[in-house]
Design a protein around this ligand. Structure first.
Ligand code: URA
Length: 212
């Protein structure tokens, strides 16, 4: 498993405003999109392309275009939805699947309540969107779901990660030689007793969409 913590001043700047408890939802949503675009640039470094020629007004140029089958972007409902726009702006031709996962606030265990994904993901590159990698339970459940359907490689894009979540992920997949990558905007200090990332940004879903 590969882990990439983005170290970019623009991401740090935007993330600082995102964390601020006084940042209102519209600004939070806008910043989330912008951060995802920057993270997605890194996360798609190995996206499959095929060579293609185009005719410029001057000569033939040897270029590249996204290969088929198209990449699949999988936001984890609800908070991952806030990351979708930024991702599809970068890859407009990506297919989008949805996974609804919720964690029990007492046991912190993740369970799936909805899914809209192709049954067969053989040979597909998948990008999971989940803003907060906290305990790791939700992300592991989502990754396993995609692996069971044959995904050829899986990249998780998380805005903030906890050391505990990363350790759980590494333990789950260590020695298995699976094509899994995590791209994250920040590695925070720890999880608190309620499973929130410290300092984090609070509940990402609530900050995006309000408390419902
Ligand atoms: N989910 C969130 O939205 N925030 C956290 O800090 C942890 C999990």
């Amino acid at each position: 498993m590969k882990i990439h913590v983005a170290n970019h001043p623009l991401i740090s700047h935007k993330l600082t405003v995102l964390r601020d408890e006084t940042t209102p939802s519209p600004t939070f949503r806008q910043l989330t999109e912008e951060i995802v675009m920057l993270l997605a640039y890194e996360a798609t470094r190995d996206v499959h392309v095929v060579p293609v020629d185009v005719k410029t007004p001057v000569a033939i140029a040897h270029g590249a275009q996204l290969a088929k089958p198209r990449p699949v972007v999988v936001p984890i409902l609800r908070a991952g939805l806030g990351m979708l726009e930024g991702m599809v702006r970068l890859i407009p031709t990506a297919e989008v699947g949805f996974l609804g996962m919720v964690r029990d606030e007492k046991t912190l265990q993740a369970s799936t309540y909805a899914n809209r994904l192709p049954e067969d993901l053989t040979g597909r590159q998948c990008y999971i969107l989940d803003p907060m990698l906290a305990t790791g339970g939700t992300l592991i459940a989502a990754i396993n779901y995609l692996l069971e359907r044959g995904a050829s490689d899986i990249t998780a894009i998380c805005i903030i990660s906890s050391p505990e979540g990363i350790a759980t992920l590494e333990k789950e997949y260590e020695g298995k030689n699976l094509p899994i990558t995590l791209v994250t905007g920040a590695l925070d200090e720890k999880l608190n007793e309620k499973g929130y990332i410290v300092p984090g940004l609070g509940d990402a879903g609530d900050r995006l969409y309000g408390v419902v």
